[in-house]
Ligand binder design. Structure first.
Ligand code: DAU
Length: 342
């Protein structure tokens, strides 16, 4: 088994690489990553020393790169984590999302067909379902994305669906919930707020913070994906979640406690996602559980452990928040609302 992990230097992709090296002792792991702002080779420092791991820099949108790797490495399985994934960046600019999340998926599908891969697993998101006020999404729920980002992920998924039907491509899809844990680029709610609180800065809560997200630890998310790769049925989609719903404010309170900050560090700002801000995500995971998989990490304890990880791994995240690209995004997105608290 030779597994190509695209986006393997990113947050969930790198957690998957670690898991796969442990659970697939015979497999070779080939990583392709564009090393955009969110991909970081220091995340894979230990794994890259492993003789079973081979790294290639490059984009999934580039057929020469993708096909060259499939040929040179004799890839049998492909797991696609490569994506532009931050909703707020997509509020400012969505072209790069369509390039990676839609066109990139098309490139992988073409290559999978040409090289007759055994399995292609595409990592998607629960956001493709849109928002749900009560009850839970199942894998049969309609795809109704509301944000520029989730619309691009849905576009990729629809290409997968069509390739399965039109060409019999042996593909599967996973739809994951909001993910947290170490090595998460500090722009999404949890890592962004942790690094700001460590630095004694206020945290910008959109509106009243009553939005609900379902959180899963990156190791559980990666484990669920690996389980689907091994045991899922080709042509099917599987939700990967922890049924762990929290309002944003509940999450923020734990972060304040664990960083030793008080309520004065919360700054409510007008919702920058406007009408595209989904109120609640919630999904059933019965289909994946029926394959014999369950998440293991308890939320609150693991979230506190994550805060402690950021406290003791400043050398990983500090250089990231000092880059010009990061500063530019934070100024452009939060500057007007945060003012002197930026
Ligand atoms: O549900 C899966 C999705 O979860 C993934 O597909 C996305 O890649 C991932 O980014 C995440 O999407 P969200 O938009 O839910 O995650 P984010 O951490 O950006 O926001 C979580 C909630 O926190 C959301 O209600 C917006 C709010 N928020 C976020 C940020 C960055 C704030 O109130 N303030 C902030 O500064």
């Amino acid at each position: 088994m030779t597994v190509l992990v695209t986006g393997g230097a990113g947050f969930i992709g790198s957690a998957f690489v670690r898991q796969a090296l442990k659970d697939l002792p015979e497999a070779r792991i080939v990583i392709l990553d564009a090393l955009t702002y969110a991909g970081n080779l220091s995340t894979l420092e230990n794994e890259l020393k492993n003789p079973r791991v081979q790294f290639y820099p490059g984009k999934i949108q580039d057929p020469t790169v993708v096909e060259g790797i499939l040929k040179a490495e004799g890839v049998t399985h492909l797991v696609n984590f490569a994506a532009e994934s931050h909703n707020d960046r997509a509020m400012l600019e969505v072209g790069s999302f369509i390039q990676t999340d839609v066109y990139g998926v098309y490139t992988l599908l073409e290559a999978a067909r040409k090289f007759k891969l055994e399995r292609l697993l595409h990592v998607s998101t629960d956001e493709v379902y849109g928002s749900i006020d009560t009850g839970h999404f199942t894998e049969a729920s309609p795809i109704e994305p509301n944000t520029p980002y989730s619309a691009s992920k849905a576009g990729g998924e629809l290409q997968i669906r069509a390739a399965i039907k039109a060409h019999g491509t042996p593909a599967l899809i996973t739809r994951g919930g909001n993910t947290y844990g170490p090595y998460h680029f500090p722009e999404k709610l949890i890592p962004f707020f942790i690094v700001r609180l460590i630095d004694g800065k206020k945290v910008p809560v959109y509106g009243d913070g009553s939005q609900v997200r379902e959180w899963i630890h990156c190791d559980d998310h990666a484990g669920g994906i690996l389980h689907v790769l091994q045991h899922g049925q080709i042509g099917e989609a599987y939700n990967v979640g922890d049924k762990n719903e929290r309002t944003n404010m509940e999450v923020v309170k734990i972060l304040l406690e664990e960083t030793g900050r008080d309520q004065n560090f919360i700054k409510s700002i007008p919702d920058p996602r406007r009408g595209a801000h989904d109120k609640r995500y919630s999904m059933t995971t019965d289909k994946l559980e029926a394959l014999g998989w369950k998440p293991k990490k308890p939320f609150e304890e693991s979230l506190r452990e994550t805060v402690r990880w950021y406290k003791s791994n400043e050398s990983w995240w500090r250089p990231l928040v000092q880059t010009e690209d990061y500063q530019r995004f934070i100024r452009a997105f939060y500057g007007p609302a945060l003012g002197e608290d930026l």
